[in-house]
Design a protein around this ligand. Structure first.
Ligand code: SF4
Ligand code: FES
Length: 316
């Protein structure tokens, strides 16, 4: 069925423009500050993770269908309304992991999130409860206290609702919806995310060495196959309340990559890999909150995998 396109959606985008480096220096910032500061000193330091700049929320109302993705909506805005809006994407269908962001506060991929699933109707319910606590999503989901006519009066005709967008939590924003995911990539890189195996040389009919052969049966493959689907999008890190930049905890994505090779029967460095994550900021940093499991776009049960790798490291 072809959907009529006389509906709209409103995107509330948390925008960010970093302060230019020159202006930072002109304001008296010392080029030696990083070295002398107890919070500085590394490329992933806390000081670097909190870039300064201008922040504001910008609202765009555009024509949209329920089946459009949030990425479709952002592309419409970029092409027809505001070319300055910055966001990152590549494949457009959940394969590259480059467009992770927070939609209505939940880390997910912009290209697989649809307007139908994420547009919220405005609520007239108070944001804090009687005791002064901020109401959670679960509490507001089934709220009987909002008279239907009040909500209807708030919605412009044809509006599918409002979607709130921000850059991926847990990472420093670079510009608008683009987060700096280098801290995660550096953590993954430190754990040597490639196969280290002793292959068997195969000879050709003439007796010359041809290629390395890495033999494995289906049962051995099944032990890490799901883990190899990780696209390093950072969604699990954005959902993890402990990660927050990777200083105290390497993060679920890095541990998934370590686990992928530890479980690979061909890899000869499993013990070294386990030593590398058997640290205070490694497996010991995981608090088993399991927030990481709920959002993985590649279907990895990250929390369960964390549990398994922690047990494996401790039992060795
Ligand atoms: S485990 Fe899932 S959520 Fe985490 S980085 Fe990999 S693909 Fe993304
Ligand atoms: S653009 Fe590649 S995963 Fe979304």
């Amino acid at each position: 069925m072809v959907e009529a396109n006389n509906t709209t959606v409103t995107l509330q985008v948390h925008r960010f423009t970093p302060r230019p480096e020159r202006a930072e220096r002109a304001r008296g910032g010392s080029p030696f500050a990083k070295k002398s500061s107890p919070f500085g000193g590394g490329s992933d330091s806390a000081a670097r993770r909190r870039p300064r700049g201008k922040q504001w929320v910008q609202e765009y109302t555009i024509p949209a269908r329920p089946s459009d993705t949030v990425l479709d909506c952002l592309l419409t805005i970029k092409r027809t309304i505001d070319p300055t809006l910055a966001f990152r994407y590549s494949c457009g269908h959940g394969m590259c992991g480059s467009d992770a962001a927070a939609i209505n506060g939940t880390p997910t991929l912009l290209c697989t999130a649809t307007v139908r699933d994420w547009a919220k109707q405005p609520s007239t319910a108070p944001e804090v409860d009687d005791e002064g606590f901020r109401r959670t999503g679960d509490e507001t989901a089934n709220e009987p206290d909002v008279p239907a006519e009040n909500v209807e009066n708030n919605i412009p005709e044809g509006s599918l609702g409002v979607i709130e967008l921000a850059s991926l939590p847990g990472f420093p924003p670079q510009r608008d919806l683009i987060a700096d995911i280098d801290p995660m990539l550096n953590q993954i890189r430190k754990l040597t995310p490639y196969l280290q195996a002793d292959g068997v040389l195969v000879t050709t009919a003439e007796g010359k060495v041809d290629v390395f052969e890495y033999l494995q049966n289906p049962e051995q493959l099944a032990k890490y196959e799901t883990l190899s689907n990780c696209i390093a999008c950072g969604v699990c890190e954005g959902a993890c309340p402990v990660y927050a930049g990777g200083d105290a905890f390497v993060g679920p994505a890095a541990l998934i990559w370590a686990s992928r090779f530890i479980n690979d029967s061909r890899d000869t460095k499993a013990m070294d890999r386990m030593d590398a994550i058997d640290t205070a900021d490694g497996v010991a940093g995981c608090q088993s909150v399991r927030a990481c499991s709920r959002h993985c776009p590649r279907g990895i049960d990250v929390g369960e995998e964390m549990w398994q790798i922690v047990a494996k490291v401790r039992e060795r």
